[in-house]
Design a protein around this ligand. Structure first.
Ligand SMILES: *[C@@H]1O[C@H](CO)[C@@H](O)[C@H](O)[C@H]1NC(C)=O
Ligand SMILES: *[C@@H]1O[C@H](CO)[C@@H](O)[C@H](O)[C@H]1NC(C)=O
Length: 456
């Protein structure tokens, strides 16, 4: 019995060490030997919480890629211990996930789940442009992908351009090439060669004259016409340079108004595609927490908002949008510049963002741990108050001056003001989402910081 037990323990140890070996621990010799293989590397810091969260996922990624016979080798490197390697690869935050393929390096910015990471590795490790030699292959990929970029035609300068763009944008989507005879019969392309995108139950052709560069066209077309938008998606949409027009609804409690608004936005995205596709991305967002953090204010649910991710401005309609005409005229007023923009990236807005973020941080400390909050903020405030009291009673009897030093140091709540905008560049990662959702107002805590300090 004891023997069986110890064999079992041995087996478990062997097994777990085998699993562990599927992710290779790298050091600074790595950069010399890496060229022969495709590598998926996690640059981590030992103290970073998100890195610790990624660790078990990373082990699974290693196991699954190895198990599926993928040529991709999975590794991890302590970016603080091997800072030279990390800086050579331009690592600025932790964890950073990169796929290294010869001279090319690709950053992974998507959700840190096993399936997403593996999909990324398989896509990017393969050829930048995959050929579709038969009708069956075409139908197969058509069923699997809801957005499909296909180069149609023989070799040409356009194809070279396409390959070049694909080798960069493969981080986002797949690229295919096919000859005209493998396309479905109902697809007619006026002129070959062509780059075509199949999506939203239709297909659209790249137009060199109207669409500017191929890479910016692909960047704009790599999203469905109508999207469910969250922080990650919004961040990615920034690269398209389009305005983001969305319904803010509560998916768990879809009222009649919400459904009507969502349907209207959906209809505009398809019925007016040709009209708006170059300028606007449509979609909806579940819940208003994220948007509230973004605009440092509060939008109603449901509501409609248009964001300009390039300059951090946003537009809200003055009344409810209940008909197609109302929605269209609001969108047009934003496009022709007559709608009133709010927010922006001026110095004033940046200062407000700083104040807003500082306040949110203080509030989230109080919410998660009031005792710590009192200790961190109450103690210094108490000391300052006592000092002020001492100074003021020594020189004058006018207690009103007590407040002045606090005001100057920004410890009172003067900038409690609700408009403005969050910088889209900060949208990265689930941290921002968590931060945004933590942002709930708690006026009693911020209104009178001196009292809060004293109460503790
Ligand atoms: C759903 O939303 C309506 C309107 O905002 C509200 O009156 C109702 O209480 C909500 N129901 C639930 C289950 O949250
Ligand atoms: C969005 O911001 C960019 C960059 O500042 C600007 O050029 C563009 O006109 C803005 N779009 C709208 C509709 O305000």
């Amino acid at each position: 019995m004891a023997e069986v037990k110890s064999t079992l323990v041995c087996a478990v140890i062997l097994l777990s060490s085998a699993v562990f070996a599927l992710v290779e621990d790298l050091d600074d010799t790595f950069k010399d030997s890496r060229m022969d293989d495709v590598w998926l590397v996690d640059f981590y810091a030992p103290w970073c919480g998100y890195c610790k969260k990624l660790e078990p996922v990373w082990q699974e990624v290693g196991a699954e890629l190895k198990g599926s016979g993928s040529p991709v080798r999975v590794g991890k490197i302590d970016a603080t211990a091997f800072a030279g390697v990390a800086s050579e690869f331009g690592v600025r935050g932790y964890p950073t996930i990169k796929l290294l393929k010869g001279e090319l390096t690709y950053n992974y910015k998507g959700p840190r789940t096993k399936d997403d990471i593996i999909e990324f590795a398989n896509r990017v490790a393969g050829p930048a442009v995959r050929s579709l030699p038969s009708k069956q292959m075409f139908d197969h990929v058509m069923r699997r992908h809801n957005i499909l970029f296909v180069y149609v035609g023989r070799d040409s300068p356009l194809k070279e351009k396409y390959m070049e763009v694909a080798s960069e944008l493969i981080v986002y989507t797949y690229f295919f090439a096919a000859s005209e005879d493998v396309l479905p019969k109902e697809v007619t392309i006026p002129e070959l060669p062509a780059v075509v995108v199949f999506k939203d139950g239709a297909y659209f052709t790249y137009d060199e004259y109207q669409d500017s560069s191929l890479s910016s066209w692909i960047n704009k077309e790599r999203f469905l016409g109508y999207l469910q938008i969250d922080g990650f998606v919004l961040y990615e949409l920034g690269e398209t340079g389009k305005l983001v027009a969305m319904a803010v609804v509560d998916e768990k409690n879809l009222t009649e108004d919400s459904i009507r608004l969502k349907t209207l936005v959906q209809r505009v995205s398809t019925e007016y595609r040709d009209h708006f596709t170059r300028d606007i991305q449509f979609g909806h967002m579940d819940g208003n927490d994220y948007i509230n953090g973004l605009i440092m204010g509060e939008v109603a649910v449901p509501s409609f908002i248009i964001l300009n991710t390039s300059n951090e401005q946003y537009f809200l309609p003055s009344g409810p949008l209940e008909t197609m005409d109302q929605l269209l005229s609001f969108i047009n007023s934003v496009l022709d510049g007559t709608a009133q923009a709010q927010g922006g990236d001026s110095i004033f807005q940046r200062v407000r963002r700083l104040a807003y973020d500082a306040k949110s941080t203080v509030m989230s400390v109080f919410q998660t741990s009031p005792v710590l909050g009192c200790f961190l903020f109450g103690l210094p405030l108490g000391v300052i108050s006592l000092m002020c009291y001492g100074i003021c009673t020594a020189e004058t009897d006018d207690g009103a001056e007590d407040l002045e030093p606090l005001k100057r140091e920004g410890l009172t709540d003067e900038e409690d003001d609700d408009e403005g905008q969050r910088q889209p560049m900060e949208l990265e990662g689930p941290g921002a989402r968590a931060r945004a959702s933590r942002r709930r107002r708690s006026p009693s805590l911020t209104r009178k910081p001196i009292n809060a300090g004293v109460r503790c």
